[in-house]
Ligand binder design. Sequence first.
Ligand SMILES: NC(=O)c1ccc[n+]([C@@H]2O[C@H](COP(=O)([O-])OP(=O)(O)OC[C@H]3O[C@@H](n4cnc5c(N)ncnc54)[C@H](OP(=O)(O)O)[C@@H]3O)[C@@H](O)[C@H]2O)c1
Length: 321
Amino acid sequence: MRAIGVDETTQDLRIIDLPIPEPGPGEVRIAVAATAVNRADLMQRRGLYPPPPGASPILGLEVSGTVDTVGPDVAGLAVGDEVCALLAGGGYAEYALAPAAQCLPVPIGVSVVDAAALPEVSCTVHSNIVTEAGLRAGETLLVHGGGSGIGTHAIQLGKALGATVAVTVGSEFKAQRCRELGADIVIDYHDEDFAEILRDRADVILDIMGAKYLSRNVQTLAPQGRLVIIGLQGGVTGELNIGALLGKRGRVSATNLRGRPAVGPHSKAEVVAAVREQVWPLVADGAVRAVVSARLPLADAATAHDLLDSPESVGKVLLTP
Ligand SMILES: NC(=O)c1ccc[n+]([C@@H]2O[C@H](COP(=O)([O-])OP(=O)(O)OC[C@H]3O[C@@H](n4cnc5c(N)ncnc54)[C@H](OP(=O)(O)O)[C@@H]3O)[C@@H](O)[C@H]2O)c1
């Protein structure tokens, strides 16, 4: 099969030939309709985010497509089913293996290609703003990077849950798209300070900046506020004003989807099951949509990476083998 390989010296992406993988116990093989580009792929390409032990070294954390072979001990999936799936790696290829417990049906109203835009964002956003932070109707959710794949999903899920949603963005183009998706408060982080505008008001913050925003995020938290850090684009080491946090009876946590175990407590299987139960109905009724900025052939993976890194991309970039 054709897949995308990374040249370790130049970090160039190129088409390579690999044997079609065989599913093991509990796995299915998916004939890939599309995979989606994640920021993690750009980091893995640069050698900064190695795949977890046992995962495919091929890039790609999610795919959509048709079940092509079912491995031993799989219940509830059959050859020909259209699915999308959360992977630990291996999505940039014509065929990918997925644990059956990490597969979701293609939601009603979403094409099989565009379904590749959903598993990583819905699992990350739901597990953080709902399971981890317990966002409730009437609360205020601040989403940093509202135009990102994660951000565009978080805006929609936050609104569907009855929250007021604030976002930070870096351009008027992204600001406009965030408003169209339902964001109530849009802050351009180049010109405005979110901590001044939202001081003491955010019940939940979904943060992708890490150290750079830590102290301002704490200022922004409302009493009993919950700051969930999922990205470290602004650095890994920051100073936390514990006094300010204590005064607000606030909470800071950090989570990582890829490193979760496949099964058991806090596993990917648990996250996927919660998404199927609570997010998929919202997708089926149109309250939450797949936000896709481009669909490119698999061979154009390098262009897709450049696009994700550019200010023009809002939501997800897909690759179709
Ligand atoms: N922990 C987990 O399990 C997990 C899972 C998935 C993703 N993530 C993380 O979530 C983040 C988003 O992932 P993605 O794949 O959706 O990435 P993406 O689409 O590439 O988005 C990255 C975003 O960062 C924004 N950004 C850059 N500087 C910013 C700043 N100073 N303030 C606010 N926003 C800023 C950019 O927006 P502008 O162009 O507007 O600046 C861009 O939209 C990444 O950090 C990724 O590592 C974590």
